[in-house]
Write a protein that binds this ligand. Structure first.
Ligand code: AHM
Ligand code: MG
Length: 335
């Protein structure tokens, strides 16, 4: 039997053989993984740990926070403050950036995260997760500000998520493909379970919140209508639908067996570009999907090319199997 490869060993070997994981980045990824392990334990305890339910506060986006949103945010901040690998952090749950306190050395990286994605699923025992994105601090920046974070997704140096489902799985890219690690609870470590992850180019599965159908723009309506017509329609094949309402879980399914995920702009709030946040949801997920051979656009352009104007900026998202994303994007461009 081949030996189990832990996340630590994987990162060391990647650093050695390819030299694209500098030691500060390696430390950062190990620290994020450790934080995810601790969030996973809290999620698993559920009611027994008193972590379910509302915290009765709202975040910067005006969303009511769950206790676990706040716990996960604190776990990530505490874990990452003191190692010397980071200059600052930003989170869905915090209005402005969090600088590494002066008493600790300042590192070269910036970390962004959605500490607990899929909040509406926390209390109902459905998969949720943590999404993260890593950027390099601009060279000339001594006093870090929000402006330093406003880099297009193509400049990420690492990205990933951890899904807390029937298994806890950490999924990672440093720009050389996508690897998956499953938490071995007896050993207390993440073990490599999938390397060179590939998203099939075609699919018969789509994911979208159908309850918003009447608000969609015509290209999205056209695409979904055609899928719903199945074998008798222009696509000549039947489609299946899945919607978990946790982006981590939907993206995990797509990385595993293909599919297309859409949270498009809609007419409910026409001035909002979409629901999902560019910098700590769409960017890391788009990079993972592209690294696995899929595609990701906002209907018009590649998400990773978008120059962010704000930390909490929102974006329309269409990602997954390459040929389906190309089709939805074409329908937008033809409009
Ligand atoms: P959250 O970060 O506050 O949990 O919101 C993001 C989530 C995504 O994980 C998911 O795809 C989407 O919101 C579900 O939205 P809806 O409830 O409108 O279907
Ligand atoms: Mg989220």
């Amino acid at each position: 039997m081949s030996p189990k490869i832990s996340l630590s060993r994987y990162l060391v070997e990647q650093q050695r053989s390819k030299g694209h994981i500098p030691s500060q980045l390696r430390l950062l990824l190990e620290v994020v993984a450790r934080a995810c392990k601790s969030i996973s334990h809290a999620v698993n305890k559920g009611s027994l740990g008193g972590v379910l339910g509302s915290a009765e506060s709202a975040n910067i986006q005006g969303e009511i926070q769950k206790k676990l949103d706040i716990i996960a945010n604190e776990v990530l901040i505490e874990a990452n403050e003191w190692g010397g690998h980071l200059a600052a952090m930003a989170s869905e749950e915090m209005e402005s950036i969090h600088l590494v306190p002066n008493r600790y050395p300042q590192g070269e990286y910036l970390l962004l995260f959605d500490p607990l994605d899929g909040s509406s699923n926390i209390d109902v025992n459905v998969s949720i997760g943590t999404i993260f994105s890593v950027l390099k601090k601009p060279d000339e920046s001594d006093a870090i500000s929000e402006k330093d974070f406003l880099q297009a997704g193509k400049h990420q140096v690492a990205a990933g998520y951890c899904v807390y489902g029937p298994q806890t799985t950490l999924v990672l890219t440093v720009g050389d493909g996508v690897a998956m690690f499953t938490l071995d609870r007896e050993q207390g470590s993440f073990v490599l379970t999938d390397e060179h992850v590939k998203v099939p180019e075609d699919t018969q599965e789509f994911a979208i919140n159908m309850s918003n159908m009447r608000h969609w723009d015509s290209p999205v309506k056209k695409y979904v209508d055609e899928c719903l017509q199945g074998k008798e329609g222009p696509r000549g094949k039947d489609f299946n639908m899945r919607w978990i309402a946790s982006m981590v879980a939907d993206v995990h399914r797509i990385l595993t067996r293909g599919g297309v995920f859409m949270y498009p702009w809609d007419k409910r709030e026409p001035n909002k570009a979409g629901k999902l946040r560019l910098m700590y949801e769409a960017n890391p997920m788009s990079w993972l999907i592209e690294q696995a051979g899929g595609a990701s656009t906002n209907g018009r352009e590649r998400i990773l090319d978008i120059q962010p104007q704000q930390l909490h900026e929102r974006v329309s998202v269409i990602l997954g199997s390459k040929n389906e994303v190309a089709r939805v994007t074409r329908y937008h461009l033809e409009k």
